[in-house]
Write a protein of this length. Structure first.
Lengths: 382, 130
């Protein structure tokens, strides 16, 4: 239950007590609202008193008579607008002249309640106003959050892109100024580090491309029968040079159906990321098990490794953009911090879920479950 | 023989850390280079550096602030430089002119992270009054 404050500004005591009585036990529900709204009614007999209460109590809704003994209703309205208060205003009026109506409307009054009104009319108006206020606030909130998310994304992104550039620039300057001596041999670790930073920057850019693809390029004509066996062997193939280097073995198992109706790009992103993480965060000599299974209801991919694992806190931040688990074990592993957030996005697109089980130093299992009925009915865009 | 000053340097970018440490050592400073807030805290617990240079974002977004605070609480007289790339990238500014910010951040100087090592050295010398 949430409560909205309504201020009635009217010089007729009968109207004020009428509003209080009618709205006192009224509540508004709306399918999109999280909770019902009830009302707390405040009363003012004059515009001056109204303004005082507005400043003090900050009501959500203002029911305003225009013809008042001192300052007029429209002046109160003007005050609210000038102060930029988040208050929805409706005029209660028996004989609004066109002028007043236009002025009030221009100043942001969203409704006119004719006087005298029946309880039903008042309730209908207040219900309308409440919904409008609710939508306004929600839209505002979403806009602010959206802006915040984009802002964070871009600032972190530029940080992640600039850091390697700074590092490489620093090493080049050291060489240019011969800071470590004249022999090229002295600089071999600087060169090696520069190459590593370039490599990780390249990975970040590739991941970013994936990221934008997931966001914008959802096209139905890309949907096709994707061969699961091929998908798995491709994901394993991509990472195998690295796996051989770390002496990591693969166990793959494809059961259930042979194909799935999907955008192959999406499933490549899911498998490639999970499989390459399973290698990256594995221990030398470890194992990666890739299991793909499906029945008539759902499609399941599970990728298990015998690697460094993670604790609960680390698991909680796993799917956030640019979140990378930083500890001694991950220090020398490069990553963009985008991979799993991309996987999550794709899985969401297919109304699926992704689960993680993990034990520090024992390994992790990532399981993606996608309902098959949804694969042909994916969300378009985000 | 003049005094050798010890600088505590914390930055989670190993390359940047290496480069700055290398430069400052060449310039005659003793450098304790650490890669995390946690390691820096261990150093602060054990010894008193003559000067500290902290990166802002390490394990958490405000690691540098926390380190400033902890160092200043233990050794109020040790100057601290907070180096970060945040403001150039986000437009968020928190220079140290306002009294309130100074109270909160507790750094003596705030520097952009892309700053050249020579300039960093100059600022360090200014703060150490050498």
């Amino acid at each position: 239950m949430a409560q909205l404050k309504i201020l009635v500004v009217d010089d007729e005591p009968g109207i004020r007590s009428g509003v209080s009585r009618i709205l006192g036990n009224f509540h508004v529900t709306y399918p999109f609202m999280d909770e019902d709204y009830t009302f707390n009614i405040l009363e003012a007999a004059t515009g001056e008193e109204g303004i005082e209460i507005i400043d003090r109590e900050m009501p959500d809704i203002l029911l305003l008579d225009n013809k008042l003994p001192g300052i007029q209703g429209v002046e109160v309205l003007e005050y609210v607008r000038k102060k930029n208060y988040d208050i929805v205003v409706a005029m209660i009026t028996s004989y609004a002249s066109i002028d007043v109506a236009v002025k009030a409307h221009n100043d942001g009054a969203i409704d006119f309640i004719p006087k005298p009104f029946t309880p039903q009319e008042l309730k209908a108006s207040v219900e309308q106003i409440t919904k409008q206020q609710y939508l306004r606030r929600i839209t505002h909130k979403l806009k602010v959050e959206g802006r915040k998310v984009r802002f964070q994304f871009l600032s972190v992104l530029s940080h992640e892109l600039k850091a390697p550039l700074n590092a490489i620039e620093g090493y080049l300057r050291m060489m240019q100024e011969r800071q470590m001596g004249d022999s090229l041999d002295e600089y071999s670790s600087a060169i090696e580090r520069s190459l590593q930073r370039i490599e990780s920057m390249r990975n970040l850019i590739m991941d970013l491309l994936d990221f934008t693809k997931v966001n914008f390029e959802r096209q139905m004509e890309k949907m096709q029968n994707v061969n699961l066996r091929e998908l798995v062997s491709m994901a394993v193939g991509t990472v195998s040079p690295y796996a051989i280097h770390k002496d990591i073995h693969f166990v793959t198992e494809v059961g259930g159906c042979e194909t799935i109706w999907a955008d192959p790009n999406d499933f490549e992103i899911i498998l490639n990321n999970l499989v390459s993480n399973a290698v990256k965060y594995n221990k030398p000599g470890g194992t990666v098990s890739v299991k793909v299974d499906c029945n008539e209801n759902e499609f399941t991919v599970s990728v298990a490794d015998t690697g460094i694992g993670m604790n609960g806190d680390e698991r909680d931040m796993l799917f956030e953009e640019f979140s990378r688990i930083r500890n001694d074990k991950t220090r020398n592993i490069s990553g963009s911090g985008l991979g799993l957030s991309i996987v999550k996005k794709v899985v969401d697109l297919y109304h699926g879920v992704i689960n993680v089980e993990s034990t520090p130093d024992r390994g992790s299992v990532f399981t993606v479950i996608i309902p098959r009925s949804q694969v042909s009915n994916i969300k378009t865009g985000i | 023989m003049s005094k050798v000053y010890t600088i505590l340097l914390a930055d989670d970018d190993p390359d940047y850390l290496f480069q700055v440490a290398f430069y400052l050592r060449k310039a005659g400073f003793e450098v304790m280079a650490v890669e995390s807030q946690a390691e820096a805290e261990q150093v602060i617990a054990k010894m008193k550096p003559d000067m500290a240079v902290f990166d802002l974002m390490m394990e958490s977004d405000d690691s540098g602030f926390i380190l400033c605070y902890k160092l200043k609480r233990k050794y109020p007289e040790v100057p601290v430089i907070l180096a970060t790339a945040v403001s150039r990238e986000t437009g968020i500014t928190f220079g140290l002119s306002g009294g309130q910010d100074r109270e909160w951040i507790r750094a003596d100087l705030y520097l952009e992270k892309g700053v050249r090592p020579e300039q960093l050295e100059q600022e360090i010398r200014k703060l150490l009054k050498i």
